[in-house]
Design a protein around this ligand. Structure first.
Ligand code: SAM
Length: 253
């Protein structure tokens, strides 16, 4: 999986306005209601670690795993001396840390990056392998009914900081029989120092998921669904929901 290589360099700028603190607070409320007293968190697909740092401030010890060395470098640099944060390079489909965590999280569509049934089964099995009998697994994803109702369209995002002006064009191509959307990103990065423009292109394949297949995936890994809702709003899932969150537990023996 070779996405988040060049893209990673601009990730924090592109998502500068994303409310990671608010999202971590929301995840914290889910943990409080579903696994109160939880302390250790495994973040599968941690990216640049912004949720991790917010969760550490809320008292959690977080281990982050990511396949992108570039994203992990950003996470490690920002974590610097925080002893509550650890980072491991790995693939969410195969990583084995030989340790159980109170909570496993996988946020901002990491599960949607697992586009085949085999990838999804492997990623869910990884989560299950790192859970004890009282742990929960929280993940969000592109939600199938929402994506099919309000299909992805071309979007343009423009952002800048002191050094760079970035224009990102996202052009989606749907593959409805695979439940996958290719998001073709084209980015123009302009240096404010010498006006040079650098162009990068990356395709991010995204799988949109439906509740019955999620239930099947969880069953295969010895898990079950205990809660589902719209990400952040907590609303009941429906055709207007693009981003869903699922809370899963071990099936009772
Ligand atoms: C949209 S980013 C989300 C990052 C982070 N969770 C956040 O909220 O900012 C998706 C992340 O998933 C990681 N990722 C995708 N597939 C992966 C895999 N199979 N194993 C490990 N990391 C993966 C990417 O490298 C990237 O950092």
């Amino acid at each position: 999986m070779s996405v988040f290589v060049e893209y990673a360099r601009y990730y924090d700028l592109l998502y500068r306005d994303k409310d990671y603190a608010g999202e971590a607070a929301y995840v914290h409320t889910i943990i409080q209601s579903c696994a109160s007293g939880a302390r250790s968190v495994l973040n599968l697909g941690c990216g640049s670690g912004r949720h991790d740092r917010c969760l550490a401030e809320l008292g959690y010890e977080v281990t982050g795993v990511d396949i992108s060395e570039e994203m992990l470098t950003a996470a490690r640099n920002a974590a610097a001396v925080n002893p509550g944060l650890k980072y491991v390079h790995g693939d969410v489909r195969t990583v084995q840390l030989e340790k159980k965590f109170d909570v496993v999280i996988s946020l901002f569509h990491v599960m949607s990056y697992q586009t085949t049934n085999a990838d999804l089964m492997a990623a869910v099995a990884t989560a299950a392998d790192h859970m004890h009998s009282k742990s929960i697994f929280i993940f969000d994803c592109w939600y199938g009914p929402g994506v099919l109702t309000d299909r992805p369209t071309v979007r343009v995002k423009e952002l800048e900081d002191e050094a760079l002006a970035v224009t990102r064009i996202a052009q989606p191509v749907m593959h409805p029989s695979e439940n996958v959307v290719d998001v073709n990103y084209r980015m123009f990065i302009k240096s404010k120092v010498n006006s040079e423009i650098h162009e990068i292109c990356e395709t991010h394949k995204m799988r949109y998921l439906f509740v019955p297949e999620i239930q099947l995936l969880l069953t295969g890994a010895g898990l079950e669904l205990s809660r589902s809702e719209e990400w952040l709003t907590g609303a009941r899932l429906g055709c207007a929901s693009w981003n869903a969150v699922f809370v899963c537990r071990k099936r009772p023996a």
